[in-house]
Design a protein around this ligand. Structure first.
Ligand code: UGA
Length: 452
């Protein structure tokens, strides 16, 4: 099929690359000319495992442009995958979505086009996008438009495993108000739904993966599924962190408690990793949007609101724990292991490391840090935040009064702990993710504290 994708962020570029890899003809549109030029050269604009490989393999079916007129005419499916950052009062700012919808309307031609919202958009946006496309087309052509429909196809990929989640998803959700619109998307996704494509060498198909469930709904339900899923995952993490705070008081081990409850199949072990709390561009934004949408209907989302507050509190716990140990933070040097909001990405949006660094600096501490991939992006995007970037974990440790493991990169699980302990001022390790081995660190001379 002929497909256009508006926006080459995590969602847009991953979707475009995967659809082209499956053999569809894909044109990606982005208004950032530099980014388009880099993509044309085969360069990935952000760090994501296997992205360079899939871009190279999908190249024959993949085009990049800044020009809607080169992409939209003749497309059977147009995905909108632009950013919807948090705006005023927690509501998403929809200016990019609006601009994309208008430009699509101005360039629409061909027998029938399905315009798909893939960005996480407020409930009701499907209708709104439909109206914007229709207005733009009718203003330009002076006639009634009939050849398009809107669908919602929310994205569930996680950064750091974006390609795995796109090629081998748990489910595909398609929301549309007429069956023939949904049909177009079933055809598009057929190779994924039936898993008929040949698996790439660099990302083998998980064992025993059967057909992928397809959830077909109306527009509003698909839009709500996305928010409800992210809010649920966020509150699962906040829940385990709340239990973790109690575990800390009563002397229980939260990692064992999480495993003990998670093995109940009704609960599940995933997203029960206690620690510094969630970051990233999605959970904070989407929980805020859910609360704001509910408020428009005079509903208060008390559980989601509490999950947000519990998450903010986890960041403060880092400072509290360091104060308990060091008594005074002024003049101390604190080393952060990991800057990205999670491993396998260089994304720093709402990264816990940034919040923790700001709080420590406000208390007069000096902050050093290391990250295996996110340091360049950190220097570019946060020039005003005074974290001294170090070339290795050992450099971070040198002269530090405490280390905080902020991002559980696999590289940090097995460091030369004896050496690190020796070069520190005081060998204190605050494990913000419950991933280090207490006995191993204590043997190496560390005072080990897990954050809960
Ligand atoms: C999240 C969802 O997991 C995706 O399904 C969704 O598509 C995406 O948002 C989105 O809306 O675009 P993402 O933000 O990329 O994906 O990353 P996650 O793996 O969900 O992690 C989010 C944060 O929660 C990270 O800071 C991570 O460290 C933290 N986390 C995760 C925990 O603290 N504990 C856990 O057990 C799991």
């Amino acid at each position: 099929m002929n497909v256009s994708i508006i926006g080459t962020g995590y969602v847009g570029l991953t979707t475009g690359a995967c659809l082209a890899f499956l053999g569809h003809q894909v044109t990606c549109v982005d208004n950032d000319a530099e980014k388009v030029a880099a993509l044309e050269r085969g360069e990935a604009p952000f760090y994501e495992p296997h992205l360079t490989e899939i871009l190279a393999e999908a190249r024959p079916h993949l085009k990049f442009t800044t020009d809607y007129a080169q992409a939209i005419p003749g497309s059977q499916v147009v995905f909108i995958a632009v950013g919807t950052p948090t705006g005023e009062g927690g509501k998403p700012d929809l200016k990019y979505l609006e601009a994309a919808a208008r430009s699509i309307g101005e360039n629409l031609s061909g027998p029938f086009t399905v315009v798909v919202n893939k960005s996480t958009v407020p409930i009701g946006s499907g209708n709104w996008v439909g109206a914007l496309v229709r207005d733009a087309w009718e203003r330009k052509n002076g006639a009634r438009v009939r050849n398009f429909a809107v669908a919602s196809n929310p994205e569930f990929l996680r950064e750091g495993s974006a390609l795995h989640d796109s090629l081998y998803p748990d489910r595909v959700v398609v929301g549309a108000d007429e069956p023939q619109t949904a049909e177009v998307l079933y055809t598009l996704y057929r190779p994924i739904l039936d898993q008929t494509f040949s698996e790439p060498a660099w990302l083998p198909r998980p064992e025993r993966l059967g057909a992928i469930p397809l959830i077909s709904t109306d527009l509003a339900s698909a839009e709500l599924i996305k928010y409800a899923a992210n809010a649920f995952l966020a509150l699962k993490i906040s829940y385990i962190n709340e239990i973790g705070r109690l575990a800390d008081k009563v002397g229980a081990d939260i990692a064992q408690v999480a495993r003990g409850i998670g093995l109940d199949a009704r609960i599940g072990t995933r997203f029960l990793q206690a620690g510094i709390g969630w970051g990233g561009s999605c959970f904070g934004k989407d929980t805020a949007a859910l609360v704001a949408t509910a408020a428009e209907y005079n509903l208060s989302m008390e559980i989601v609101t509490a999950a947000r507050a519990a998450n903010a509190r986890q960041r403060e716990r880092v400072v509290e724990k360091l104060l308990d140990e060091l008594k005074i933070l002024k003049g101390r040097t604190i080393g952060l292991l990991g800057l990205a909001f999670k491993p396998n990405t260089d994304d720093l949006r709402e990264a816990p490391a940034l919040d923790v660094a700001r709080m420590l600096i406000a208390r007069g501490a000096r902050v050093k840090g290391h990250d295996p991939v996110a340091m360049d992006r950190f220097r570019r995007e946060y020039p005003a935040l005074d974290i001294a970037c170090c070339e290795s974990a050992e450099d971070v440790a040198r002269g530090a009064d405490a280390l905080v493991l902020v991002t559980e990169w696999p590289q940090y699980r097995d460091l030369p702990w004896e050496r690190l302990a020796k070069v520190m001022q005081t060998p204190i390790m605050l494990d913000g993710r419950h991933v280090l081995e207490r006995a191993r660190l204590e043997r190496a001379g560390f005072r080990y504290i897990a954050l809960s």
